[in-house]
Design a protein around this ligand. Structure first.
Ligand SMILES: [Fe+2]
Ligand SMILES: [Fe+2]
Length: 184
């Protein structure tokens, strides 16, 4: 990966790997797998959106309407497919965590959650909300994840971009779970 990614992207990937490994235990995942997934999660970013669309067509990968139109989303599902064909990485759990790392989804497993949250709290993230989410992740990773996806949704709305329905389903599922917990 160090050879395949730009220096900046590799540094970010390393940060995500470390953060994901530190969250792994909480989410019932192996540290090694979380670390490896962090290292490869942005593999798709080595290509331009146009290249990603071309590669998706070549590999027969179906992309939904929103993903096709939003270049920021493309690198996740296409990168996941390319990890299989170009890197020969076969682990379905790793591939799945890479596939969903930008939108999230309802019912994410522990590895997917660790990567989703790690992408927001890795040490290189310096926007003000990242500090708050990072702090929260130490005591309450579920709440940190809810705040991360809400931050992501707000930033999509603020920038006038298309919002992926999976992110809405993800956010609602976290909130529902939180409400169930507080009603016990
Ligand atoms: Fe990404
Ligand atoms: Fe990332």
């Amino acid at each position: 990966m160090k050879r395949m990614l730009s220096e900046e992207l590799y540094r970010h990937s390393l940060g995500v790997a470390k953060a994901a490994a530190s969250l792994a235990e909480y989410f019932g995942e192996s540290k090694e797998k979380a670390y490896l997934t962090g290292i490869v999660h942005d593999y798709g970013k080595r290509y331009t959106p146009r290249e990603l669309i071309e590669k998706a067509e070549k590999t027969g990968l179906c992309l939904d309407r929103v993903t096709r139109q939003e270049s920021r989303l493309l690198h996740a599902p296409v990168g996941a497919a390319l990890l299989k064909t170009e890197v020969k990485l076969e682990d379905p759990r790793i591939i799945r965590a890479v596939y969903y790392h930008t939108t999230g989804r309802k019912g994410m497993n522990g590895l997917e959650k660790a990567i989703y949250l790690a992408d927001y709290i890795e040490d290189g993230r310096d926007f003000p909300e990242a500090g708050k989410i990072r702090e929260l992740a130490r005591s309450d990773p579920e709440q940190a994840m809810l705040e991360a996806v809400e931050f992501a949704i707000k930033s999509v709305l603020r920038r006038g971009l298309l919002l992926h329905p999976r992110s809405v389903a993800f956010r609602n599922s976290l909130l529902e779970k939180k409400r169930e917990g507080s009603n016990l």
